[in-house]
Structure formats: structure tokens, C-alpha cells
Design a protein around this ligand. Structure first.
Ligand code: PLP
Length: 395
């Protein structure tokens, strides 16, 4: 099918939650994708921070195909070998001791909200309150949109889940004021993604950790977008020299196969017992085999260090472009997660970049966002930066 044929079927049969799109992508390889009319693009968005190893990475493809021939799904009524192997790899490379697997970031956050509430209830000191940040994004289930501190995602879905309140991001004093004796957990992104790629000030997360300890409140980090090498470390919290009590993952975990994960300490894991939470597809053989293969590549040799170096290279090239164009208000981010705050709406800039052969996206109304896969090369970065220079020059 060509783009027009795909578009007309979409317009007839798909519920219109995503609005109009310009292209239909039908093939990907590494950092490149092709549309239904045969046009090639350099992908600087990686499916919204999902294909961190690039499209159809051979190691992950082999794991998917091998597992698909062996066993795709059985349910959690039985032990699942790839699932326990994945949990072992994640435990060996993070603060977390135990894992629960599901299918998306929203579902992982939903599980985290349930876990922290249940943890305090089981301890006999129920504290159902959860504080999240203004401008945050945690997904689209009803609890996850409630946790998302942006009213535009709430509109028309009220009543929301009770017990979730908001404090400004990157403001420890405000967070402290928001915590009450009812507060059981603070849920934050280590670096806000959808809210405009906002990097907290140095020392913020150390203070948040200390505050949570002082108030006996659990710290939950949503690493759905920042995790799996995106910011130059396997998990973003590693930059801050702290450890959370609970962490959620999704997006890049299986390099494109749907998966979500909740990791936590042994202590917090005691909040869930048999029957307390479940997901039919969660941690199934196919997704967990793909995730284990993905982590194998991410953790091999100096892969993560190289990703961090490429992030530094990208920022070093974007700095002069940001300084040169008056329409750029700020350049923010970490590793290969970049936000360019513009004085103009980001949507038309994204469209012009796509017309010039580069896939990228927005983060809120005025922020242009780059999320290339971690295998991007310096030459490809140079190409994108020079195209951006032209597009910004034309604004
Ligand atoms: N949490 C964060 C920080 C995200 O960026 C996202 C998606 O963009 C989500 C949660 C929701 O993930 P999903 O779309 O897989 O439900």
C-alpha cells in the first residue's frame, strides 16, 4: 500500500486519537526508516525513545525469531525462563531486587501506584497519598493520567483517582510542603520528558532522597523514557548518586517489543503477595527474550559510554546552533535526550525537519525534541544539525 491508501484506511477504521499524520513508515534498519512511498529518512526520534539500539537490531531480531519459534505465550500460571533471566540481569544492574512485568509505561506506573499503597496498608500504617510533579507525564491509564501533572490530559476524564497531589518539579521546599502524614510516596521522572525535556538542578534528587528518608516516604522514579541508556547511563538515577525504592521501565526495554517493568527493593516488594496484582501478557516469553537480548547489547563493552560520548557530541554541535538562532530560547537535556525550547510552535519545525528527511518530534507546544537511537553516528549527527540550522534559519 502507498501512503494515501494507508491513510484512507486509517481514516475509515482507526479511532482518531492521534490526529493527522504526514507519513507512514513501513521499514527500518539501524538509524534509517523508509515510508510507504519509498522515501528514506534519518530517524532522530527512535519511536519516542523506544528503539534505542536502532531499528531491527540483529541481536534482538534473532532473539525474537528464536523465541517465536519456541514459545510465545503461556501466562504467569507457570514459571517463565526468559522472564526470570531478564529479572536477574535487571537486578544485577540496578538497585532493584525484585521485578513485576507488564506491557507499557502506563501499566508499570499503575503497578507502582498500587504497590506503594499496598505496601503501607500491609504494614498497618496506610498512607495512600502520592505526590507527583507539575508538568510530569506518567501515561494514559486513569491512575497514570491522574499522576500526570498536566490538566490537559485530565480534561473530560474526571473523576480522577483520589489521593494524588502535585508539587512543582525541581523545588524541594515545595515538595516538602506538599508531603502530609497521608503521603506514602513521591513519584518523579529523573528528567521530565513529555513536559518539555526539563533537567532538574544539580543536587535536587539528593535532596529529594533525603527528604523522603526523613519523612518515611517511598521514592518512585519513572525511568520509562530516561532508562536503558537514553541519558548516557543505564538508568538516569545513576547520574544523581541516589537510589529510589521503586522504578518503572518500558519504552527501550525490549527495543520495540511491548513491555513494561516495575523494579523495587526486597522490602517494598513485600507489599505485593499472591493475587495482589497480575497481567496476562506481563513478562511473556517473547517480550522478555527480546528485553534480555536488548540488555545484552546495552551492557556489552563500552556501549553505554559511547552513547554518552555521542550525547556530548550532539550537545557540542547544537550549542552554536542554539546561540546563532534567535528563535531558540534554551537547549536542554542529557545524553541523547534533547529538548530545544523555541519561541515558535514546535509542530511546524518538526514537519520541516521531516520534509528535509529527518524524523524528530515535539515535547509540548514549543519544544523540539531529539531522541536518536544510541547507535547514531557522529556523521549522522552532523547531517541533522546542519539540516536544523537551515530549518531554524527559515523561521
Ligand atoms: N512515563 C513516562 C516518563 C513517559 O515518557 C511515558 C510515555 O511517553 C509513559 C510513562 C507512558 O508510557 P506508555 O506510553 O508505554 O504507556
Amino acid at each position: 500500500m502507498n501512503t494515501n491508501e494507508i491513510k484512507s484506511l486509517n481514516d475509515k477504521h482507526i479511532i482518531n486519537t492521534y490526529g493527522e499524520r504526514k507519513i507512514a513508515l513501513v521499514r527500518g534498519e539501524g538509524t534509517h526508516v523508509w515510508d510507504a512511498d519509498g522515501r528514506e529518512y534519518l530517524d532522530f526520534f527512535a519511536g519516542i525513545a523506544v528503539v534505542n539500539l536502532g531499528h531491527c537490531h540483529p541481536v534482538v531480531t534473532e532473539a525474537i525469531c528464536g523465541q517465536a519459534k519456541k514459545l510465545v505465550h503461556v501466562s504467569n500460571l507457570y514459571y517463565i525462563e526468559p522472564q526470570v533471566k531478564l529479572a536477574q540481569i535487571l537486578s544485577e544492574n540496578s538497585f532493584a531486587d525484585r521485578w513485576f512485568f507488564c506491557n507499557s509505561g502506563a501499566e508499570a506506573n499503575e503497578a507502582a501506584i498500587k504497590l506503594v499503597r499496598r505496601y503501607w496498608a500491609e504494614k498497618g500504617t496506610p498512607k495512600p497519598g502520592i505526590i507527583t510533579a507539575q508538568e510530569s507525564f506518567h501515561g494514559r491509564t486513569i491512575a497514570a493520567i491522574t499522576a500526570t501533572g498536566q490538566p490537559k490530559y485530565h480534561k473530560g476524564f474526571e473523576p480522577l483517582v483520589p489521593g494524588i497531589d502535585y508539587a512543582p518539579y525541581d523545588d524541594v521546599d515545595a515538595l516538602e510542603k506538599a508531603i502530609t502524614p497521608e503521603t506514602g510516596a513521591v513519584l518523579l521522572e529523573p528528567l521530565q520528558g513529555e513536559g518539555g525535556v526539563r533537567v532538574p538542578s544539580d543536587g535536587y534528587f539528593e535532596k529529594v532522597r533525603a527528604l523522603c528518608d526523613e519523612k518515611n516516604v517511598l521514592l518512585v522514579l519513572d525511568e520509562v523514557q530516561t532508562g536503558l541508556g537514553r541519558t548516557g547511563k543505564l538508568f538516569c538515577y545513576e547520574h544523581y548518586g541516589i537510589e529510589p525504592d521503586v522504578m518503572t521501565l518500558a519504552k527501550g526495554l525490549a527495543n520495540g517489543v511491548p513491555i513494561g517493568a516495575l523494579g523495587c527493593t526486597e522490602e517494598v516488594a513485600s507489599g505485593f503477595g499472591p493475587g495482589s496484582h497480575a497481567a496476562t501478557f506481563g513478562g511473556n516469553p517473547l517480550s522478555t527474550a527480546a528485553a534480555a537480548a536488548t540488555l545484552g547489547v546495552l551492557l556489552e563493552g563500552d556501549f553505554l559510554q559511547q552513547a554518552a560520548n555521542k550525547g556530548e557530541y550532539l550537545f557540542s554541535k547544537l550549542g552554536p546552533i542554539a546561540a546563532k538562532h534567535d528563535c531558540v530560547e534554551a537547549l536542554r537535556g542529557k545524553g541523547l535526550m534533547v529538548g530545544i525550547q523555541l519561541t515558535a510552535p514546535a509542530g511546524p519545525v518538526v514537519e520541516k525537519m521531516i520534509e528535509s528527511g529527518v524524523i524528530c518530534g515535539p515535547a509540548g507546544p514549543n519544544v523540539l525534541r531529539f531522541l536518536p537511537s544510541l547507535i547514531i553516528t557522529e556523521e549522522e549527527i552532523d547531517q541533522v544539525v546542519s539540516k536544523l540550522d537551515v530549518v531554524l534559519g527559515g523561521l
